[in-house]
Write a protein that binds this ligand. Structure first.
Ligand code: ADP
Length: 259
């Protein structure tokens, strides 16, 4: 009888091992697919600013007698594209580090102070907006102070980038039981219902033709990085938006402290 039980356990074990193996093979396949897509998308994104820089440099080298004014414009364009290239590489490195399982720090921090710090950093960019803090509830928690600051900066920067001058951008931090709730609300151009489900995809940017004036020149990596930071803290991030009305991003983080 014991032998029979042993054989059953053996078969059961083998089956669970096979299922686990198939499961990890499937995960590996998915990972490899998403890595391939990331590399292809990254190459595509890097090519645009590079081509622009090369084209402008060719002009400068080939035609020595370009008028000074025009030369200045060309150089400014090179500068703009080079800084876009820098931003792309910086954001890509950050996501690659996340993918390779780089962990988060566990700092004992005051979330309200971290957010206030980020807000102050963005004040200059927000000087043409009604850029305000609605409420900052003091909340202590364990988390990665640098990454949480970066999260706030990504959301505030997006709100300012996609809200025309004069519009409202507001930051708030409240507490709901054991959850810290951070909200960044703007009265900007909003996101269409079509684009909304895709904004957390890497490199995804809603149709740039809808920008009045100049394209604010994002990388399409801000929200994926934001989600990575929130996931790493065991939280959730939700985006609510209406085209032409504005956007509110809500981040919910579980509050945990050392025992
Ligand atoms: P980007 O660097 O382009 O801003 P993100 O990943 O941060 O990339 O955002 C993806 C896209 O989502 C943006 O290109 C923009 O179209 C849209 N988006 C993000 N935040 C906002 C916002 N507050 N208002 C309107 N559109 C937004």
């Amino acid at each position: 009888f014991l032998g029979f039980i042993g054989a059953c356990i053996d078969i059961h074990d083998r089956k669970t091992t096979e299922a686990a193996l198939q499961d990890s093979e499937q995960k590996l396949r998915e990972l490899s697919e998403s890595q391939k897509r990331f590399v292809a998308d990254a190459a595509h994104e890097l090519r645009n600013p590079l081509t622009a820089i090369q084209g402008n440099m060719d002009l400068l080298v080939r035609y020595q007698d370009i008028p000074e004014e025009e030369k200045k414009d060309i150089i400014q364009d090179v500068q703009k594209e080079a800084s876009r290239l820098g931003r792309l590489v910086h954001d890509m490195l950050q996501l690659a580090r996340g993918d390779s399982g780089a962990g988060l720090h566990e700092d004992h921090l005051q979330l309200s102070e971290v957010l206030l710090d980020a807000f102050r950093d963005m004040e200059r960019m927000g000087c043409h907006h009604q850029f305000t803090v609605a409420e900052l509830h003091p909340i202590e928690l364990i988390g990665d102070a640098d990454r949480l600051r970066q999260l706030a900066i990504i959301l505030l920067e997006n709100a300012l980038k996609y809200t025309p001058a004069g519009g409202r951008v507001q930051l708030a931090l409240t507490r709901e039981g054991d959850t810290a709730v951070m909200r960044v609300a703007d009265t900007g151009m909003g996101i269409s219902q079509e684009d909304l489900p895709r904004v957390f995809e890497r490199f995804y940017r809603a149709d740039p033709s809808r920008y009045r004036g100049e394209d604010p020149g994002g990388t399409g990596l801000g929200l994926p990085i934001a989600r990575w930071i929130v996931d790493g803290h065991g939280g959730e991030i939700h985006l609510q938006s209406e085209l032409g009305q504005g956007t509110t991003v809500e981040v919910r983080l579980p509050i945990w402290l050392e025992d």
